[in-house]
Design a protein around this ligand. Structure first.
Ligand SMILES: Cc1cc2nc3c(=O)[nH]c(=O)nc-3n(C[C@H](O)[C@H](O)[C@H](O)COP(=O)(O)OP(=O)(O)OC[C@H]3O[C@@H](n4cnc5c(N)ncnc54)[C@H](O)[C@@H]3O)c2cc1C
Length: 360
């Protein structure tokens, strides 16, 4: 058994969406970074078991079932033979492989060092890494910067700052947090402040380990902010406007206020609606039921809520999200020249509809 002590500006424990973004962000600014993940395949639940695989399987199901072609062309373009499990899983494997390759390449280009092993705290600045993957993979696997450590070696990494990004609930139990006095709450969730700092100032938490909303999208933004604060890189606080997306068929997505929340707050609002079936692109793609609903504050017609149900709702919502971040009003959509045919045009239709609904 060999021991090896290496020193970094930042050590990231966990290579899911939070950890990968943390490592790339710090490396981009020339900081030395070690990223440790207990699995051979970096990416965590985001790439390996959750976000991306589930949406890829959804897309495959849509394609192989020929669901859309039946509605659109009146013919069934689905496979005439039995679809096998291999058919079904093939695309998911290829998508995951592409992600693994691009993440590994990005980390290599940025000179971040990647270790495959289970990490735990020795003290607030020292992380122990037991090399070898949880999947039982026995090859030494320092993937990133050419560092090679023998398997079963007791590698130790020292860092000025440490980011814990090891996923949900019980994953925090094996991190040795108690050794360094990092407090945990219910289900092992780590409380953090607005900078994503734990109660130990050089140890940060981001992603599922800190609890709600526990999404890949938010985890990445939290990690970026945590790293910037830890390494004194500046930057703005995380936006309070967090979109929600549900990848059902059809998709559902929203950001900002709901009619219920506005009623509770006593805020007067105007609703503007647009239906997919009245929109040229909506008609072309055959979405009969989709709609966009915009909520504008009655006083100044500022956009304060966006709700979409229909094809690509999780994409369409982003137009409204960005408009809300820019404090835009209904006139922005009325004035903008938009592509035709496009689902983006739903915004113009809904804004015009809202203007018609303004009380005299
Ligand atoms: C089925 C499913 C669908 C989802 N769909 C979406 C979606 O559509 N949109 C969305 O935004 N989010 C979605 N999520 C949530 C999203 O996957 C997670 O919020 C996100 O992956 C959290 O990222 P993370 O980096 O915090 O943790 P994780 O992705 O869990 O990564 C943690 C990593 O840490 C490693 N690790 C754990 N302990 C140690 C240790 N001691 N040492 C070294 N490494 C360690 C693990 O191996 C893992 O790779 C979904 C989740 C699931 C399960």
């Amino acid at each position: 058994m060999t021991n090896d002590l290496k020193t970094y500006d930042l050590v990231v424990m966990g290579g899911g969406p939070a950890g990968v973004i943390a490592a790339t962000e710090a490396s981009r600014f020339g900081k030395s970074v070690a990223l440790v993940d207990s699995h051979q395949e970096i990416g965590g639940a985001g790439i390996n078991t959750g976000t991306v695989p589930s949406k890829t399987l959804r897309e495959t199901a849509l394609a192989l079932s020929g669901l859309k072609s039946r509605n659109l062309y009146g013919v069934d373009l689905s496979l005439r033979r039995e679809v096998t499990v291999a058919d079904f899983l093939g695309h998911e494997e290829r998508v995951k492989d592409a992600f693994h390759a691009s993440i590994t390449q990005r980390l290599q280009v940025l000179k971040a060092t990647t270790y495959c092993g289970t990490s735990s705290f020795l003290d607030a600045h020292t992380i122990q890494v037991n090399l070898g993957s949880e999947d039982g993979e026995k090859d030494p696997c320092a993937l990133g910067g050419g560092v090679r450590l023998e398997l079963f070696s007791g590698a130790a990494l020292r860092g000025d700052a440490v980011l814990v990004a090891a996923g949900r609930q019980s994953n925090t139990a094996k991190l040795g947090l108690e050794k360094v006095g990092v407090k945990t709450g219910e289900r092992g969730i780590i409380p953090v402040n607005e900078h994503f700092q734990t109660n130990i100032e050089n140890i940060y938490g981001a992603g599922d380990v800190i609890g709600f909303p526990a999404l890949a999208s938010t985890s990445m933004e939290q990690a970026r902010r945590a790293v910037r604060h830890a390494l004194g890189l500046g930057g703005s606080p995380i936006s309070p406007l967090l979109p929600n997306g549900i990848y059902t068929i059809p998709e559902v997505s929203m950001v900002g206020e709901t009619e219920e929340s506005l009623k509770k707050k006593g805020v007067a609002y105007i609703v503007g609606r647009a239906n997919y079936w009245e929109n040229a692109r909506g008609r072309i793609i055959g979405d009969q039921d989709g709609f966009l609903k915009l909520l504008f504050r009655q006083d100044d017609l500022k956009l304060i809520g966006v709700h979409v149900l229909g094809d690509l709702a999780t994409e369409v919502v982003h137009i409204g999200l960005v408009a809300m971040m820019c404090n835009a009003s209904a006139n922005l959509f009325v004035d903008a020249c938009l592509n035709l045919p496009s689902l983006g045009m739903l915004y113009k239709t809904a804004a015009l509809n809202a203007l018609q609904n303004v009380p005299p």
